[in-house]
Design a protein around this ligand. Structure first.
Ligand code: 5AD
Ligand code: SF4
Length: 469
């Protein structure tokens, strides 16, 4: 075992879990079971679901095309906003009657929502038809928990308050053959006052660089050309490692891997995006010139109340430095509307930042009160009708700057990584530019996973149209 940030990396545990997977495979083989997983929330959860799929498929489960047909239904949940939680409760409620008719159907709940004691109390009281409940720290134990459930015949609850170990090398099934996400760290130490993540994902823990690099190398051998390095705050990568390493240093090591064509990362915190990283990005052939830089609010007063550790001015200065070194960079963001005490003037500050930065896209969220966070106890929560009005103003501003950004691409040529068949037209495909812009071109599925040079012929607010040259 190697120790990282006082968390052990256990390859032995992975070996133990793989033995359980093998045992279950023998035990369940003849049943030809199927699973259906629904993932709520962020890329981190999507990545966790890839491991859940990998484990289940190694046991012998196959993916069902519909939830109601599946023998095993899994919800990987999100706790960031209340409406995602309500959707989960709604769906669990619906499954109760289904399970009465199909008593062998297995239901598992996992992910961030399960790390909240109030949720567990509610499940124990009102939702006794659930079979397996586990959290964010122990999903590598899925096979073991499933075996316990099968042996005991009663609901298994296994929620850990903190990470005990990082388990490497477990099976995983990714959505695209040519692109993959790689966790570089887990957890968050920032405690933004509105956010539940530090409470449900625990303290920051970085993976060892050698493990990250090995994973990326293996992925490249398996056909991956684009990777996304994931962490709640990638800029603080490496603190606490036996041999501390910065994110800028790590990404340079990743860049050296032959065969890898594109590197993305999510999410940097504006308070500590270093000039070193900007330099590395500017000089790199592989790191995509796209920075997702969540602002949350343009008001320095609210940023302080949110515990974000930057001001409107310092954020704008950072953007200026990034744009000076990487002129064609695309900047995207997250915005929260309706944080307690927010005024019209605060919202105007956010709109001002939108116009100054000219974001490519923004993920806009209505503030959701999360019990246990400091903001939940703040006075002056903003009335819903006012929040909606402000939300619409933000969207209007975003539409203007996004269109402007899209239009700048028209007439230029770029390298496009084709990702999938277009959702609306079967003889079109869609892909992403290095700056993350979505582009639709005429073509068939043989192009998926390949790079093509395209000329941009048209632009809409949130996508571009091009043709192969
Ligand atoms: N309410 C609304 N949005 C939130 N986010 C995090 N917590 C909340 C909350 N309580 C948003 C932030 C963050 C993104 C992942 O989710 O904008 O960047
Ligand atoms: Fe939440 Fe802030 Fe951590 Fe992001 S940096 S996960 S918003 S606490």
């Amino acid at each position: 075992m190697k120790r990282i940030n006082s968390v052990a990396v256990s390859h032995e545990e992975a070996t133990r879990q793989k033995a359980i997977i093998k045992r279950l495979k023998h035990r369940l083989e003849e049943k030809q079971l199927t699973y259906y997983i629904t993932t709520f929330g962020c890329q981190m959860n999507a990545h966790d679901s890839e491991m859940i799929k990998g484990i289940l498929e190694d046991i012998g489960y196959r993916e069902a095309s519909q939830e109601l047909e599946a023998d095993f239904v899994i919800y990987n949940t999100c706790a960031v906003r209340e409406n995602a939680e309500q959707r989960v409760y709604g769906r669990i409620g619906h499954l109760k009657s289904i399970k009465r008719k199909k008593p062998d159907m297995m239901i598992a709940l996992c992910g961030c929502m399960m790390q909240q004691p109030t949720v567990i109390q509610e499940l124990k009281k009102k939702h006794k038809h659930i079979d397996l409940v586990f959290g964010t720290h122990n999903l590598y134990k899925l096979a073991e928990l499933l075996e316990t459930r099968l042996d005991s015949g009663s609901t298994v609850y296994d929620i850990w308050e903190a990470h005990k170990e990082i388990v490497e090398d477990l099976p995983s099934i990714r959505k695209h053959k040519f692109k993959a996400s790689v966790n570089i760290m887990y957890g968050c130490n920032n405690f933004c006052t509105y956010c539940i993540v530090p409470y449900v994902r625990g303290r920051e823990r970085s993976r060892h660089p050698e493990d990250i690099l090995k994973e990326v190398r293996d992925l490249v051998v398996d056909g991956v050309v684009e990777i996304v390095l994931l962490g709640q705050n990638v800029n603080s990568y490496g603190t606490g490692l036996d041999m501390p390493m910065t994110f800028a240093e790590l990404i340079q090591e990743v860049e050296k891997i032959d065969g890898l064509r594109r590197i993305r990362f999510m999410t940097p915190h504006p308070k500590d995006l270093s000039d070193d990283l900007i330099e590395v990005m500017a000089d790199s052939q592989k790191i995509c010139h796209h920075v997702h830089l969540p602002i949350q609010s343009g008001s320095s007063r609210l940023l302080k109340a949110m515990n974000r550790h930057y001001t409107k001015e310092s954020y704008l200065d950072l953007v200026k430095r990034i744009k000076a070194r990487i002129p064609e960079v695309a900047i995207t963001t997250d915005i929260i509307i309706g944080f307690p005490t927010e005024t019209e003037a605060d919202n105007d500050d956010t709109i001002d930042v939108i116009h100054q930065v000219e974001y490519n896209t923004a993920y806009t969220f209505i503030y959701s009160k999360r019990t246990g966070t400091p903001a939940a106890n703040m006075e002056d929560q903003v009335p819903e009708a006012i929040v909606k009005e402000r939300f619409n103003k933000i969207l209007e501003a975003m539409d203007i700057v996004s269109l402007k950004n899209s239009e700048k691409h028209v007439g230029n040529t770029y390298e496009l990584l084709v990702e999938e068949v277009n959702h609306k037209k079967a003889d079109w495909v869609s892909g992403r530019l290095k700056d993350n812009h979505l582009v639709h071109i005429q073509g068939d599925e043989s192009l998926i996973g390949t790079f093509v040079n395209v000329k941009i012929t048209g632009s809409k607010t949130y996508y571009l149209v091009g043709e192969i040259i």
